[in-house]
Write a protein that binds this ligand. Structure first.
Ligand code: PAF
Length: 283
């Protein structure tokens, strides 16, 4: 496995096959591993980037304490047969005097965009730069960050980029909690209680499928989570392409959720297809 730490090294790599790219911020877990597995395809090269991108963190967010586990991450990449890992220096991505960024409007504005102002500008900017550096034919993202996927798809469409975006299903713990690098901030007892989040999403989906009114269902779910100590920032029923709230049931729509619990901000989302899968897997 090749490990590049500068843009110059990456550019000097002579590549003859199309690249399937998995951009990450490290602290790799089984969710990333499933993206890596999907990136390994005959006739293609798989490339993972590991970069904790400062511009996507707000001033009071966890940039400085975000888990940095490079040695383990490289080991995981090696185990999954990744062809190359790019671990850029900050100056590779943000050269001194850098004055250019990408702003996506519309889909980037509500929900995560509202609660984390500037977050998606940071994401879109770094992803665009990484795409230019790595030059992938395909890039894989996890559906756990549903709005991020929509923002990147919008950017790729608007800027006429040729990369194909693939969105892969959220990986979950056996009890249903979505895998996230931030789960490791939770104490064992808070971790046990955090399963109320996927449970709430499943309940909302089940009720909406049975024809219950959207507003009533989401208000009740927010109340239940709040009484259990969750600070719910949003819980809504949306069109996953436009991120606009919806008032009727459609099997393509998804329920999205962000909540702070025990000082940790967690996000999750589910659609009808996931509900069947999760129900099969839960004990
Ligand atoms: O999803 C992530 O890990 C990050 O937002 C990404 C896409 C690697 C950009 O920094």
């Amino acid at each position: 496995m090749k490990v590049f730490t500068t843009a110059a090294e990456l550019r000097a790599w002579e590549v003859t096959e199309p690249i399937v790219f998995v951009p990450t911020m490290g602290a790799l877990h089984a969710g990333h591993a499933s993206l890596m597995k999907s990136a390994r395809r005959p006739g293609h090269l798989s490339v993972v980037s590991i970069f904790v991108n400062p511009t996507q963190f707000g001033p009071n967010e966890d940039f400085s304490k975000y888990p940095r586990t490079l040695d383990t991450d490289l080991e995981i990449c090696r185990e999954h047969g990744v062809d190359a890992v790019y671990v850029p220096e900050v100056v590779d991505i943000y050269p001194v005097g850098d004055a250019t960024s990408v702003i996506v409007h519309g889909v980037a504005e509500p929900y995560e965009g509202h609660f984390r102002p500037g977050h998606f500008n940071g994401v879109a900017t770094v992803v665009l730069k990484l795409f230019h550096l790595v030059n992938p034919a395909v890039a894989c993202f996890g559906q756990k960050d549903l709005q991020q996927c929509a923002v990147i798809q919008q950017m790729v469409r608007d800027l006429g980029m040729r990369v194909q975006i693939e969105v892969l299903p959220t990986m979950r713990e056996p009890d249903g909690l979505a895998l996230s690098s931030r789960n490791r901030y939770l104490s064992p007892s808070d971790r046990a209680d955090a399963i109320r989040l996927p449970q709430a999403l499943m309940k909302v989906l089940t009720e909406l499928q049975q024809g219950r009114e959207v507003e009533l269902t989401r208000t009740e779910a927010i109340q239940d989570l709040s009484s259990a100590g969750f600070d719910v920032q949003y819980l809504d029923w949306i069109d996953p392409v436009t991120f606009t709230p919806q008032t009727h049931f459609d099997p393509q729509y998804r329920v999205i959720l962000a909540a702070k619990f025990a000082g940790v901000r967690l996000i999750d989302n589910m659609g009808l297809q996931d509900l069947d899968l999760i129900n099969q897997k839960l004990p």
